[in-house]
Design a binder for this molecule. Structure first.
Ligand SMILES: *[C@@H]1O[C@H](CO)[C@@H](O)[C@H](O)[C@H]1NC(C)=O
Ligand SMILES: *[C@@H]1O[C@H](CO)[C@@H](O)[C@H](O)[C@H]1NC(C)=O
Ligand SMILES: *[C@@H]1O[C@H](CO)[C@@H](O)[C@H](O)[C@H]1NC(C)=O
Ligand SMILES: *[C@@H]1O[C@H](CO)[C@@H](O)[C@H](O)[C@H]1NC(C)=O
Ligand SMILES: *[C@@H]1O[C@H](CO)[C@@H](O)[C@H](O)[C@H]1NC(C)=O
Ligand SMILES: *[C@@H]1O[C@H](CO)[C@@H](O)[C@H](O)[C@H]1NC(C)=O
Ligand SMILES: *[C@@H]1O[C@H](CO)[C@@H](O)[C@H](O)[C@H]1NC(C)=O
Ligand SMILES: *[C@@H]1O[C@H](CO)[C@@H](O)[C@H](O)[C@H]1NC(C)=O
Length: 872
């Protein structure tokens, strides 16, 4: 089933292939609560400094690290984007006791003691004694010996954590009993006073660079210790890690793994500390040659171990943010991080949370398009995590996945939804992303008919300056009449963004870029139709503004007036059917125009209709270009006198609001009472001619735009006009291009309202239009007219076309075959859509499975996004 295939293709666009990674066994990897004590009340940390090797600055760094764990103390600290130790402690706070009470948010310093006695040949008993003295120290007695001094004695505290920290000068008596002190940290219990046992944790400074406890910095010249002291900077990690373990697993029955290793919140991540160059990213201060991964209070920076974040089943430095259930709504025309769209965890040091679905909605009612720029994207390659940009919240078909190599993305809509979904796995490589957006407030052409006014695109009016703008303001002066433009301000990116002025034939008159001082601002006296075009390649500029005066603006009437043609004919050719067009001839050849609204008539004066101005020939009509007092128009003259145009007029009027359907400006009869229809003039002629003669000028972007524009016109006919309209002649000759190569659908000669009853067993009329549109797509791809449509239909199978397009064989050789994979994918998909239209439209059985124009349009939109998102 071709239809089925197409749907699958769309789904592939939406959902990246399933990851092949096996998920680790959750039961062994996470930590489990075993019913013991969790420190849920404010904790006091007591420090017993042992040894003579201390520098006060080093001890101060460690005290500061402990004080920095309380996140409420950060109120005066500016968020630098680097995780704080407060953030780090938030991870620890996710662990709760049996009553679901979390670990305390407050860590204070308690008493400190300093032992400066003999530190050589220490034995275990000696260490125990010193620790015990700290609890019983009496300043007036000097108890505990003259080598111990304390700020005050250690208190027996249910929420106390007692640390012994050995300086690098401490040496231990060389016997098996003492060898354990050659580890980097550990724990012992002492009877602090009669019958009162307390746990004491200890850790030691590395004695030299080769010491195992200095592994973090040892041999890594790229790591500069943040406090300028490898010994202290190593010790900080142990003190903090042990503190985290004490609050979550102090009695060994708190939170630990179930896999027999008994690993805790801290040592579950120990291996991260030993990783080499490929380890977790760091912040560097190159002026001071230091590296760090967190900041503390008072400007201190630290290098600390990762701890186990249960929520992401991974090691982290900062608690992973999750998305709320509600969409974040952004209403400003431009946004970056503070307001914008970001899952940017701590500058890339942090994986984002699993099982999330986050939605942002951007609303900017005046936007013609929203341009996204992907500043940073780090999503694990083998995951199902994805960022979707959707036009609608409910219609999944209108979403596009941001490919991993995308840099820019444009959505032609005034609102959009950004959705970020993560699956149940995270890795350190899943660090997040950052997208900024800005709304483009103009797009394409805007016609002006006022005598004077001003036009501008300036940021001063809270408009966003967006890259990728291409906007035109057309000042519609009558041919030959003065139009003046004077700029009041220009400050746009030099040589990248331009304001250009074109005449009625789209010849460039002048262009402006950069900054103009008041005296240099351009003022121009022009005439006729003047186009002011603004194109940007940057978003760095302030804009421009100009005033204009149109001395005789072209009449602009939304309503379709019957027309009396006053023509001066200058035929030289043999065929003179139009000679009878003459209704009145002004002898002086001076042209007048007037509108008599009472009679509902408009007088259009046609200068000359010449045979050489014949621009089109259909089976029943000829089309001429003529110059009228309203500028160029196209006149369609029906050959057959009996032919009527009422239905065509009616249908065209109903669609006149659509930008991709040709506008009818009037109608008339000639001297032979044949019908004439007057259309807006389309400067570049029809698509068939353009593809044949100038195909190399119609690049893939342009062709995709044309496909979308024609499709949107058909959608108007099939879906929005009531009753629905069957065009019946969708061929490239009936697709007309204006100066900017925007397509408009014409050739409504055989259009009619769809029969209310379809013939059973016959394809519907709408299906026929879609079938023709499919051929038009093939023509856009190949650049070759599909002359024998029936033969084409019979001979080419879907697979064949698909293969040809996929191999780049069938696509227009005059254009370069794009070498980016996504562009070829886009073209392949375009081929698939074409074939879907061709192959299944005319299947009589199962009409309900045939493509509908809405589906085709969303398919094409996907193609466009796929194509665009790579091209920036
Ligand atoms: C440590 O004590 C042992 C045994 O008493 C002795 O042999 C050794 O020399 C002492 N070492 C130091 C550095 O005092
Ligand atoms: C400290 O020693 C003094 C003098 O011996 C004694 O009076 C005091 O009670 C002692 N304080 C404590 C807390 O033991
Ligand atoms: C930075 O510090 C490291 C470790 O202390 C050292 O090996 C390295 O040479 C220093 N680099 C500079 C540029 O000072
Ligand atoms: C987001 O992360 C990227 C990459 O690390 C970084 O360049 C950018 O500054 C970050 N933005 C914020 C607001 O942290
Ligand atoms: C601007 O005008 C210069 C000549 O005056 C021309 O070379 C250049 O291509 C123009 N640039 C644009 C963007 O139209
Ligand atoms: C444009 O026309 C005005 C009014 O006729 C005249 O004052 C001005 O000098 C003209 N400017 C240029 C650049 O020709
Ligand atoms: C022009 O705009 C840029 C970008 O906003 C700004 O930095 C610059 O100061 C402006 N120049 C002048 C002369 O106003
Ligand atoms: C253009 O129109 C404005 C506003 O009506 C008027 O003040 C100005 O004099 C006109 N300029 C020219 C050159 O006609």
């Amino acid at each position: 089933m071709v239809h089925g295939f197409f749907l699958t293709a769309l789904l592939v666009l939406l959902f990246l292939p399933q990851s092949l990674c096996l998920s680790p066994d959750e039961s062994s990897i996470n930590l489990y609560y075993h019913g013991g004590k969790i420190m849920t009340k404010p904790v006091t940390v007591y420090l017993l400094w042992v040894g003579t090797g201390w520098k006060e600055s080093g001890r101060e760094a460690i005290r500061n690290a402990l004080t920095s764990l309380t996140s409420s103390r950060y109120h005066n600290v500016k968020d630098s984007g680097v995780p704080t130790l407060g953030n780090w402690w938030e991870i620890i706070r996710q662990y709760r006791d049996g009553d679901n009470v979390p670990v305390t948010d407050r860590v204070d310093l308690g008493a400190e003691c300093f032992y400066t006695g003999t530190e050589l040949n220490m034995t275990q008993d000696q260490v125990f004694d010193i620790a015990k003295s700290a609890f019983n120290w009496n300043s007036s007695e000097g108890s505990g010996g003259k080598f111990l001094s304390c700020t005050r004695p250690f208190e027996m505290n249910k929420y106390g954590i007692y640390h012994v920290v050995f300086s690098y000068t401490a040496m231990f008596f060389d016997s098996p009993e003492q060898w354990k002190f050659m580890d980097c940290s550990g724990k012992f219990a002492i009877e602090a006073s009669a019958g009162m046992m307390v746990n004491v944790v200890w850790q030691r400074e590395p004695q030299n660079a080769a010491d195992i406890c200095s592994m973090l910095f040892n041999g890594k010249s790229y790591l500069g210790p943040p406090n300028g002291n490898e010994k202290i900077d190593s010790l900080v990690g142990y003190v903090l890690g042990n503190t985290a373990v004490e609050v979550t697993n102090g009695d060994g029955r708190g939170w630990s793994r179930n896999d027999g290793t008994g690993m805790t919140v801290s040592n579950s991540c120990a291996s991260l500390m030993w990783r080499e160059m490929d380890g977790p990213p760091l912040f560097k201060d190159t002026t001071r040659n230091v590296s760090f991964n967190v900041v503390g209070l008072n400007g201190y920076r630290y290098m600390v171990p990762y701890v186990w974040d249960q929520k992401i089943s991974n090691c982290a430095l900062k608690y992973s943010e999750t998305c709320g259930a509600k969409a974040v709504i952004l209403k400003q025309p431009k946004g970056y991080l503070s307001t914008g769209i970001t899952v940017n965890h701590t500058n890339g040091l942090q994986p984002y949370a699993p099982n999330q679905k986050c939605v942002w909605k951007i609303e900017c009612p005046k936007a013609k398009f929203i341009s996204f720029s992907i500043n940073y994207l780090s999503i694990a390659a083998d995951s199902n995590d994805q960022i979707l940009i959707c036009e609608s919240k409910s219609d999944r078909a209108k979403c596009s996945v941001i490919p991993s190599n995308a840099r820019r993305f444009k959505l032609f809509s005034s609102k959009s939804y950004i959705e970020f979904r993560t699956d149940n796995q995270v890795s350190l490589e899943s660090r997040g992303w950052e997208i900024s957006f800005s709304a483009g407030l103009c797009n394409g052409r805007k016609d002006l008919y006022d005598r004077d006014g001003s036009i501008s695109y300036t940021t001063s009016t809270s408009i966003s300056y967006v890259e990728g703008l291409s906007c035109q303001w057309v000042l519609n002066g009558k041919p030959g009449t003065p139009v003046s433009v004077s700029f009041t301000y220009i400050n746009i990116s030099k040589n990248l963004d331009f304001v250009a002025i074109y005449d009625g034939k789209m010849q460039l008159i002048a262009n402006f870029t950069g900054f103009y001082s008041v005296s240099d601002l351009p003022r121009m006296n022009l005439s006729g139709v003047v186009t002011i075009a603004f194109s940007t390649q940057t978003d760095k500029g302030e804009g421009w503004s100009a005033n204009f005066n149109i001395s005789s603006p072209v009449n602009h009437n939304k309503k379709l007036w019957p027309v009396i043609i006053v023509a001066v004919l200058g035929f030289v050719a043999v065929i003179v059917p139009l000679a009878f067009v003459i209704l009145a001839l002004n002898k002086k050849g001076k042209l007048i125009s007037r509108r008599d609204s009472d009679e509902g008539l408009m007088l259009i004066t046609i200068d000359t209709i010449r045979e050489e101005n014949r621009i089109g020939e259909g089976p029943s009509a000829t089309v001429y270009r003529a110059v009228s007092n309203d500028g160029y128009i196209a006149i369609k003259c029906l050959r057959n006198r009996a032919a009527h145009t009422e239905l065509e007029q009616e249908i065209l009027l109903k669609c006149s609001s659509h930008p991709n359907i040709i506008s009818l400006v009037g109608h008339a009869e000639d001297g032979l009472r044949r019908h004439l229809l007057l259309f807006e003039f389309m400067g570049r002629g029809d698509l068939a001619w353009n593809l044949k003669e100038r195909g190399q000028n119609l690049n893939w972007d342009r062709r995709l735009a044309i496909a979308l524009q024609v499709c949107s016109a058909i959608q108007m006919l099939h879906m929005y006009v009531k009753p629905p309209v069957y065009h019946g002649n969708i061929i490239s000759e009936n697709v007309l291009l204006d100066e900017f190569c925007n397509a408009k659908l014409g050739g409504f000669g055989v259009a009619k309202y769809c029969s209310s009853r379809e013939n059973p067993g016959q394809p519907s009329e709408m299906a026929e239009d879609i079938w023709c549109f499919g051929l038009l797509l093939v023509e856009l791809l190949t650049g070759e007219p599909q002359v024998n449509k029936q033969a084409y239909k019979d001979s080419r199978s879907f697979e064949e076309i698909n293969e040809l397009v996929g191999n780049g064989v069938i696509i227009d050789r005059r254009l370069e075959i794009p070498n980016e994979r996504c562009k070829t994918m886009a073209l392949t998909k375009l081929g698939e859509i074409a074939n879907w239209c061709i192959d299944s439209s005319l299947r009589v059985e199962g009409d309900k499975n045939n493509p509908k124009i809405g589906d085709v349009l969303s398919g094409l939109t996907q193609v466009k996004h796929l194509f665009c998102s790579i091209s920036g």
